[in-house]
Design a binder for this molecule. Structure first.
Ligand SMILES: CSC[C@@H](O)[C@@H](O)C(=O)COP(=O)(O)O
Ligand SMILES: [Zn+2]
Length: 197
């Protein structure tokens, strides 16, 4: 499967889950490590209707020499995440639970004692996972700095307040499973009162 085919198929899956409403969200895969180059989804299109042609090659700063296609407005953050974490794929969606969780716990969202943590690469018990939260903004350099400041190699996710969630992994498949588990974990955390957790 080409990067374009894989990214379009993955976007269709997330869109069907209601996580890419109104053209929101963007996905990328690393196609070269040195220098870093990524295939990223184009900007502004309905992510549930992408074709394999709707991806752009960008450098670590999100810049492209493609004369036609416009890369995601958030391509530079994908580049920063891939560079810092070593991930092979980065996914960003606008699911609601991550944003509600970031709103309630702006200093970081704590997760513990839940079986689904295993799907996020952590232990179900005796392990506390804190998902970092950074303020939203339109400057990807500022967002990237905030991400890097709170980066921990064992937490492959970032919540952007009043915006959405980024998750990464070795490939799109691992990133998907981490995202699906994290969304479940955050939904549980916002819906169950702290006295019951
Ligand atoms: C509903 S607009 C959302 C955008 O501003 C942005 O946050 C987003 O996720 C998609 O941007 P895009 O440039 O299409 O990749
Ligand atoms: Zn977004």
């Amino acid at each position: 499967m080409t990067p374009g085919e894989a990214l379009a198929a993955e976007c269709a899956r997330y869109a069907a889950m209601g996580w890419m409403r109104g053209t929101s969200g963007n996905l990328s895969v690393v196609v070269d490590r040195d220098p870093l180059r990524l295939a990223v989804t184009v900007s502004g299109k309905d992510k549930g209707e992408l074709t394999p042609d709707d991806v752009v090659l960008v450098d670590a700063g999100g810049n492209t020499d493609d004369p036609v296609r416009v890369p995601s407005a958030e391509a530079a953050l994908h580049g920063r995440i891939a560079a810092v974490s070593g991930a092979g794929a980065v996914v960003h969606v606008h699911a609601l639970a991550p944003v509600v969780a970031a709103e309630r716990w702006p200093g970081g969202v704590e997760l513990r004692d839940l079986e689904m943590l295993k799907g996020f690469g952590r232990r179900a018990h005796d392990d506390v996972v804190v998902i970092p939260v950074v303020p939203n903004g339109q400057d990807m350099g500022v967002l990237g700095d905030a991400f890097e400041e709170g980066f921990r190699p064992d937490v492959p996710a970032l919540l952007v307040a009043r915006h959405g969630v980024y998750v990464w992994g070795d490939d799109l498949y691992q990133a998907r499973h981490r995202l699906e588990c994290l969304e479940w974990l955050l939904r549980f955390t916002v819906e169950v009162p702290s006295s019951r957790r």
